[in-house]
Every structure is written in C-alpha cells, then in structure tokens.
Design a protein around this ligand. Structure first.
Ligand code: NAD
Length: 284
C-alpha cells in the first residue's frame, strides 16, 4: 500500500480518536468482498445484466398495482441477488465496524445494504436504510415480520397470496425498499437525526448516487453540494465544529468531486478499515 494511503489511514484513526460521535454509512461496495455484487461497479449486477435495472425500476409500481401477481412472479422467477445474499458471510470490513462499536468509537451504522451482514458480524446499532432481506413489512402500518413467519411457497400453492398484515390486513411485501418507494418514515427520521448528531461520518463503499441516502453526508457536512468550487454552509443549528466526512471507496464519487467529503481513502473497505482499527488500537 503506498505511503499516501498509509498517511490517510493514520489521519482517519486520529480523527476517529478525537471524535465524540462517529457514525458509518455503507453501500453495496462494502459487501462485494463477501461475494455479493454491487450494482454499478465494473462487475456490478446491472453492469452485467442491464435488463435487471429496468425491472428494478418497475418493481414497486407492479407491487402496488397487483400484490398477488407480484408475489406469484417472485415465487416463479429466480432471483440472482437473493442467491448471492444467501451464501454470503461478513468480511473484514464488517468486522472492523463491529470492532469500532465495541471500542466505543462508533455510535451506529446506517446501511443501504439489505444483506443483514453488519448484524451477522455483531454490530448492535444498525439502521437498514433500504430495509433488510430477512424481514417483510406492511406498507400501511410499517409492521415488520421475520421472513420465516410466512410460508410463501404454501400460500402460492394454495392460491392464498399475497401474505397479509396481521394488524391491518393489507398486503405485505419484502422489507427491502424498491426504487420509487418512500423510505419508511421511522427509518428516515432516525437516519437524519444521526446525520445531524455526528461529528464524524465514514462513507464506505457507495457510489453516492442513490437518494435520499446520498443526502445524509450532505446533511452531516452542513454544506450544500453545488459545484466543485462553490460550497456554502447550511443555516442548521449544530455545534460550531464542522463534521468530518471520510470516504472509503474504490473510486471517487460525487461526494469527492463536490467537496462534501474532507478526504477519500481510495481502496477496498475490507482492507482499509481493519488498518484504521489497528492504528486506532495503538493510540488507545
Ligand atoms: P453502487 O453499486 O451504486 O456503488 C458501489 C460503490 O462501491 C462503487 O463506487 C464501487 O466502485 C465501490 N466498491 C465496490 N467494491 C468496493 C470495495 N471492496 N471497497 C470499496 N468500494 C467498493 O452501490 P450503492 O451506492 O450502495 O447503491 C446501490 C443500491 O443497491 C443500494 O440501494 C443498495 O441497497 C442496493 N444493493 C445492495 C446490495 C447488498 O445488500 N449487499 C447489493 C447490491 C445492491
């Protein structure tokens, strides 16, 4: 690893040590080292199968217009991403964030990932911004259910799809948030509050183009994303100390180019984060 990356790793460890309320945001790139493809990276699911991107954009409208046929088609169609998710286990990046929480230097993880790998690694405070594959959710009342509470195959074979909410009787869908679907209000409120509370945010393995998730670093930084040269402050009432935004990603993103992040550590999260934790342990 070259000396400039090593210097940035040390800088991140110093910043985390000096922080009072650090949080981490993670995206699909975080789980590529667990064998789950991201969408838009060079080997991404959509890069290789563009037809799946189109289907993803239509999924929510299809569920809303007819939940029964949507569930039937889900049972009948193989799901490449679900297959990869089923086989995956946490990688060293997940373990490093768990370690930071145990060291009391990380308050929470807000993840775009639906794969449940932060929880599998042992992280305790995880906000699943785009839902979690291990749950189902009622769109009307937000009640969540463990997936195994419903025998979808049996409901399919007995013509009883869609599964219905025990509380309000409305059709339920996977907890995963689809394109065009609003972020559940409880999750959106909690995430925005964490972005306002933090004094350090690590943004890891995300292309930062999916909204409103990509807005969380903008909220935390207190800066508008305007142009490369024009950055100005929000009028939010928050501490005078600016929040430090650290990106750890395989490539620069709009946060890098728009001046929202303070610095980018370019590389794999599964390699960089364990080195940050190790540098931090030496200082504690
Ligand atoms: P994205 O595919 O748009 O971007 C991934 C980014 O991570 C890219 O910039 C890529 O270069 C980078 N990257 C890839 N491997 C990396 C690594 N090992 N270390 C560091 N960086 C790496 O992903 P996104 O921004 O999260 O948006 C995609 C959407 O798809 C999200 O909403 C997410 O919910 C969903 N998704 C989730 C999973 C999952 O749960 N694991 C997988 C695919 C997609």
């Amino acid at each position: 690893m070259d000396s400039s990356i090593s210097a940035l790793i040390q800088r991140a460890a110093d910043d985390i040590k000096n922080s009072n309320y650090a949080i981490a945001l993670t995206g699909a790139g975080f789980s590529t080292e667990s064998g789950i493809r991201d969408f838009r990276g060079p080997d991404g699911l959509w890069t290789k199968h563009p037809e799946l991107e189109q289907k993803a954009y239509e999924d929510y409208a299809a569920f809303e217009s007819n939940a029964k046929t949507w569930w039937q088609s889900r049972v009948e169609t193989p799901d490449i991403l679900a297959d990869e998710l089923g086989k995956a286990s946490p990688n060293p990046g997940h373990i490093a964030l768990r370690d930071l929480e145990e060291l009391k230097k990380l308050k929470c993880v807000i993840t775009q990932n639906i794969d449940n790998l932060h929880q599998a690694a042992g992280s305790k405070t995880v906000i699943d911004f785009h839902g979690n594959i291990s749950r189902l959710r009622c769109l009307s009342c937000n009640r969540r259910y463990p997936t195994e509470e419903f025998d979808i195959r049996r409901l399919y074979e007995t013509n009883q799809l869609p599964p219905r909410c025990v509380s309000c009787g409305d059709p339920i869908k996977p907890d995963v948030v689809y394109f065009g679907e609003p972020i559940p209000s409880d999750v959106a409120t909690r995430s925005e509050q964490e972005a306002l509370n933090c004094d350090l945010m690590m943004v890891c393995g995300t292309s930062a183009v999916v909204y409103p998730f990509a807005n969380l670093p903008v909220i935390a930084s207190g800066r508008h994303r305007t142009s490369l040269t024009s950055i100005f402050e929000f009028g939010l009432s928050r501490s005078s100390q600016p929040t430090i935004i650290i990106e750890i990603n395989a490539e620069p993103t709009p946060l890098t180019e728009g001046g929202i992040s303070d610095y980018l550590i370019q590389g794999k999260t599964g390699e960089i984060l364990p080195r940050i934790v190790s540098a931090l342990r030496k200082m504690m």
